[in-house]
Design a protein around this ligand. Sequence first.
Ligand code: MG
Ligand code: MG
Length: 256
Amino acid sequence: MIVRKSPMEIERMRASGRLVARVLASLHDAVRPGATTMDLERRARRMIRSGGATAAFKGYYVPAARKKFPAALCTSVNDEVVHGIPSRRRVLREGDIVKVDCGVLLDGYYGDSATTIPVGRISAETERLLRVTRESLDLAVEEMVDGRRLFDVSGAVQRHVEGNGFSIVKEFVGHGIGRKLHEEPQVPNHVDPKIRNVRLRTGMVLAIEPMVVAGDPGTRILRDRFTAVTRDGSNAAHFEHCVAVTENGPRLLTVA
Ligand code: MG
Ligand code: MG
């Protein structure tokens, strides 16, 4: 069942989204050569606490891993696509890219957003990967209009990514969000006939999150049971926003 939110609920989700956006903006300042992914985790935890929220991912049970995620942030470097675990041993180097994914629970509603941050100078091709992935999310957001369908959102991502010669990771998808972190529907980043192509209606809130790789899109899970990496070692990018379908069109919730 897809839960549609009232305008008042969307205002609450806007507050969660604003906090997540502030955390991610602050992480941009913290990412530099020599920093560890645990430095990012500590900063995020501090900001979530002082914002009066709780970290959504820490302690979240992941059935596929058969255990709870141990941190507030997912930090995934280079070929790590998503769900990397912050570590004081993981030192960021010039030329790396780090994906940070943050979820909070504030006043009963979740916010969830991710971005990919360059560490110092990165190659032109990696820069293009980040730009195309970010653009594919922007195009998907524009489709969040009452009366359109889920595959208008998915197809917008797919067309832009594949049209630019990159590949979509299909094992992980976006999701509805609200009083639960993961609600229906699933939001694939490609047109997937196995999923029902639901009609978008005012009050629906989706976390749209393209995961895009420069090479082959196949992934595997590391022995920590969480971190997903590309099989061929190629770089991956990830951007995510929560977006509401409103009477006035798409509304981005996870912005400052
Ligand atoms: Mg996320
Ligand atoms: Mg998400």
